[in-house]
Write a protein that binds this ligand. Structure first.
Ligand code: HEC
Ligand code: HEC
Length: 370
């Protein structure tokens, strides 16, 4: 008897659980779901699962572009709750009950194989803004602003709203769409009022110019190298190799003081390299010229992991004009014994130019040399 009663209670509990879970999953409940909780004191409880929402963008206002003292020096990852995103797509306006989260991430490394930049470091803070006529009837636009950041440790569990002039006023004055800085979130700008059934990431045009893939002869010269130039470095395949092997370029006055790990890609990431520059390019870099003069020479020594010579990469300006890389002579050999192990030789080598165009007139090493 006892056993049977227990069984019944279990069945009952199971049935209740089933009903509860199916309710939670049903569409209505989801649509009405609130993504935040305001407690009895009117403070916001910290939302816990915002990384499963819609990610809309990452603005950054780094210190070194703001005289060393940016108001918000970190990267800001911004998220919006998924229901308000759908509403925004459908109507182009913010639903009463919208919440946006701004996750603060410190600037970490400023260099990667792809170039110099601002790469994300660590999570350092969390802010939020909510539009709610019920909770914030007196705030402009019914938007209230919060911070869970705690400089001394873990994020705070709750946050009370800032005063209107601390946050709301600036958003009111400068944000593109009703207090939200959609001008910096292309995900939201593209979705604004497009309609419920349109997926903006499929419909949106990609207007940035897409560079054509280099043709088959990516590592070959695309224009001839001028003859009869009087340069301090010879450009013929055999003579150039001999010149490099002789180490004559080591007399260039401007050189990196020691081997340092390459940022790639000439070497496997981190293998040692050392750069030498002749006077012509050195003076030109000093005067911050947009194009470097004919006769500029840069030699980059490459080494194996145990610091044995392993070839050279060379750039020589053979024209006054850069002409999309055709005005530079490009050379790379991946061996210090066999001159036939050339990866490239000639003017306007597309494979080299493709990566070097993001430098100042093709030069990518930071100047002055370290
Ligand atoms: C001087 C103007 C200014 C002030 C003051 C300001 N913000 Fe912002 N806020 C911005 C700008 C600009 C952006 C978008 C770009 C960015 O994040 O750097 C932004 C973005 C945000 C976002 C992401 C959602 C959105 O609306 O775009 C949140 C959340 C936010 N701020 C919270 C705060 C809080 C909290 C305060 C007060 C402590 C505050 N803001 C004060 C200018 C301001
Ligand atoms: C994938 C991108 C990439 C390609 C392809 C590339 N380079 Fe570079 N190159 C770099 C970067 C980045 C640096 C500076 C950082 C480093 O090496 O540590 C550099 C540096 C150099 C330097 C030292 C002077 C300078 O500009 O900073 C020379 C010389 C050079 N490359 C020659 C070449 C030649 C010749 C080729 C073609 C055979 C070539 N590069 C192809 C990315 C590239």
């Amino acid at each position: 008897m006892e056993f049977k009663r227990k069984l019944n209670i279990f069945t009952l509990i199971a049935a209740v659980l089933l009903v509860l879970t199916s309710c939670k999953d049903s569409k209505e409940t989801y649509q009405e779901k609130s993504f935040f909780t305001i407690n009895q004191e009117g403070a916001l409880e910290r939302p816990k699962d915002y990384r499963t929402w819609i990610y809309v963008g990452t603005p950054v206002t780094p210190n070194d572009m703001n005289n060393g003292k940016a108001a918000f020096p970190e990267l800001h990852n911004v998220y919006i709750d998924p229901v308000s995103y759908q509403f925004w797509k459908k109507t182009g306006t913010w639903k009463d009950g919208t919440i946006l989260i701004k996750e603060l991430v410190s600037v970490g490394s400023k260099a990667a194989v792809s170039g110099n930049g601002y790469f994300m470091g660590e999570f350092i803070g969390l802010e939020a803004t909510i539009k709610s006529s019920k909770h914030f009837p007196n705030e402009p636009g019914n938007w209230a602003y919060f911070s869970f950041t705690n400089p001394k440790g873990n994020l705070k569990g709750v946050s009370t709203a800032f005063k209107t002039n601390q946050c709301n006023a600036c958003h009111n004055a400068s944000a593109a769409d009703d207090f939200v800085f959609t001008q910096y979130y292309p995900v939201l700008a593209a979705a604004k009022g497009v309609g419920e059934n349109i997926i903006p990431e499929n419909a949106s045009k990609r207007i940035a110019t897409v560079k054509e893939e280099p043709k088959a002869g990516k590592w070959e010269a695309s224009v001839p190298t001028p003859e009869n130039l009087t340069l301090e470095i010879p450009l013929g395949k055999e003579q150039l190799f001999k010149y490099l092997k002789s180490g004559k370029y080591k007399a260039y006055t401007n050189k990196e003081t020691e081997l340092h790990p390459s940022l790639g890609p000439h070497q496997k990431l981190g293998l040692p390299v050392r750069v030498y520059m002749n006077d012509i390019i050195t003076n030109s870099l000093k005067s911050k010229n947009e194009e470097h003069p004919l006769g500029s020479v840069i030699v980059k020594e490459m080494f194996t992991a145990d610091n044995k010579p392993n070839g050279w990469a060379v750039m020589v300006k053979t024209h006054e004009k850069t002409d999309g890389g055709n005005g530079w002579f490009w050379y790379e050999v991946t061996d210090d014994v066999n001159p036939n192990h050339t990866a490239a030789i000639g003017n306007g080598v597309e494979g080299c130019v493709g990566c070097h165009t993001i430098g100042t007139d093709m030069v990518r090493t930071a100047f002055p040399l370290k």
